[in-house]
Design a protein. Structure first.
Length: 485
């Protein structure tokens, strides 16, 4: 039996310019400055600064007609007055209280120096090695990851040396060269496991009784140590609680990621530039947008003069027309970009202003328990914008407040009802949970069941599995892993 049915589907396609605008809105301040720099480099009709340009008052409806080739360009396509009169400071720069005076240039800092890999290679130069040994050592250094570990099996490295370096060796020889690599700085580099990394660092220390005990624990009882089975460690090594505490103290001083401690790894040092600032002025909240998001742009005077020259020319050749069409494209792009920046700036300010007033009690006090439940739709409905637009602002922008600089999305949270039937933010519950765990007796940390019972006593009836979920979101380990001597 053949069935027929009609299905209507309503879809909306965004124009390329709308997509570009959405991408601009998503950019944080530093990335926006890079995008601005790129646009200025690619479009000579767009310039920065406060340059004032003469505005034209004549209508040029007939400047494309009557040329020698009997060809015309539609005058509706190009209205030169539109380009000549828009060459002033954009109006969004003149509006009060929507951008900060903090306009100074700031650059993204980088860590100076040679790469981590080269740093290790330079140290190898102090060892006497044969050609094959040097090749093996260099290959091992090349296998060190950014944390400082060699995570590939020695057998695999042996095979790769044969296939890629034409060096045929055995596991024992590679392990002998690996011991040399593990003698390099920083201590622990070249380790194949966390256990080996910590032992390498301890063996470089002065061998006090505490250090020797720490080495013994890692070599003979690593699993008991990682699971914090302290009583089993005391019994197995026949030591006192005080001796165990001193040994664990030595281990806690070590670096589990020796590669990450090297400052010359040439990785970007991330410096967050706040996109907004909130200040309390005479008991009222005041919002500003970082001024670097509202640059002064105008259309090039030179390009405007080109249009004037074409208007004044008596004979209009085909090549001149082609030039004017090129100018039109660049001017269209410049005008659109200036308008897109205005829309971006307004969208950012309106969205953050709504968030600030929605969470005004928190921003006035700094108490996270005053954070209201807030989802993207709450703000989208309030400002009449799409949820995706609010998401682009919240997920990529930072705000500087009297209580620190935070990612805006951190102020969003779901809600649940307390015993009084009131909607409370899950952030409020997480804050209370975090405080309870901080104040617990570390010798007997609270299980998730006990944490759920305490929260219920405080008026937040949530299940144990929900407590576990919130605890994991806070990056807090289970009770057993929080145990201390």
């Amino acid at each position: 039996m053949l069935k027929q049915h009609l299905q209507f589907k309503l879809s909306q396609k965004l124009s390329p310019q709308q997509i570009q605008l959405m991408k601009l809105i998503q950019l944080p301040t530093q990335a926006f400055e890079q995008r601005l720099k790129q646009e200025l480099e690619e479009n000579p009709a767009l310039e920065t600064g406060k340059e004032e340009v003469e505005t034209a008052t004549d209508e040029y409806d007939d400047i494309y007609e009557g040329d020698s080739d009997n060809e015309t360009i539609n005058t509706e396509d190009i209205n030169i007055d539109d380009y000549l009169s828009d060459d002033e400071i954009p109006d969004y720069r003149t509006k009060a209280n929507n951008y900060s005076s903090d306009d100074e240039e700031k650059s993204v800092p980088y860590a100076a120096g040679i790469s981590f890999n080269q740093y290790l290679i330079n140290q190898l130069n102090t060892f006497y090695l044969s050609d094959d040994e040097w090749t093996i050592a260099e290959f091992l250094v090349g296998s060190v990851d950014e944390s400082g570990y060699i995570r590939r099996p020695i057998v695999d490295i042996m095979d790769d040396l044969a296939f890629t370096q034409n060096v045929y060796t055995d596991v024992q020889t590679i392990e002998k060269i690996l011991a040399i690599v593990q003698d390099l700085d920083p201590p622990g580099v070249g380790a194949r496991s966390l256990e080996e990394c910590l032992i390498i660092q301890l063996e470089r220390k002065e061998l006090t009784p505490s250090v020797e005990l720490a080495i013994a624990i890692l070599k003979k009882s690593f699993e008991h140590f990682t699971k914090k089975h302290y009583q089993k460690l005391i019994q197995k090594h026949n030591i006192s609680e005080a001796e165990l505490k001193q040994a664990i103290s030595e281990i806690e001083k070590l670096n589990p990621k020796p590669g990450g401690s090297y400052s010359g790894s040439n990785r970007i040092v991330e410096h967050v530039v706040p996109d907004f600032a909130i200040r309390i002025v005479e008991g009222e909240l005041e919002l500003t947008l970082n001024g670097r998001n509202a640059p002064e742009l105008h259309v090039s005077r030179e390009y405007s003069n080109m249009l004037k020259g074409y208007k004044e020319a008596k004979d209009k050749s085909k090549s001149q027309k082609d030039t004017v069409m090129f100018i039109k494209q660049k001017l269209d792009a410049a005008k659109w970009f200036i308008d897109a920046i205005r829309q971006r700036q307004q969208t950012l300010f309106i969205t953050m202003n709504s968030i600030m007033h929605y969470q005004s009690e928190y921003f006035l006090t700094g108490d996270e328990r005053n954070l209201r439940p807030m989802i993207l739709k709450d703000i989208a409905d309030e400002i009449g914008m799409d949820v995706s637009t609010v998401s682009r602002v919240a997920n990529s922008k930072y705000v500087d407040t009297p209580y620190g600089t935070k990612l805006i999305k951190e102020y969003f949270s779901e809600s649940m009802k307390n015993e009084q039937g009131e909607d409370v933010s899950t952030k409020e519950i997480k804050k209370i949970l975090e405080t309870v765990i901080q104040n617990e007796v570390k010798k007997k940390p609270l299980t998730d069941d006990k944490l759920a019972a305490i929260l219920k006593e405080k008026g937040y009836p949530i299940a144990r599995r929900t407590v576990a979920k919130y605890r994991e979101q806070l990056n807090i380990p289970v009770a057993r892993m929080r145990k201390e001597i």
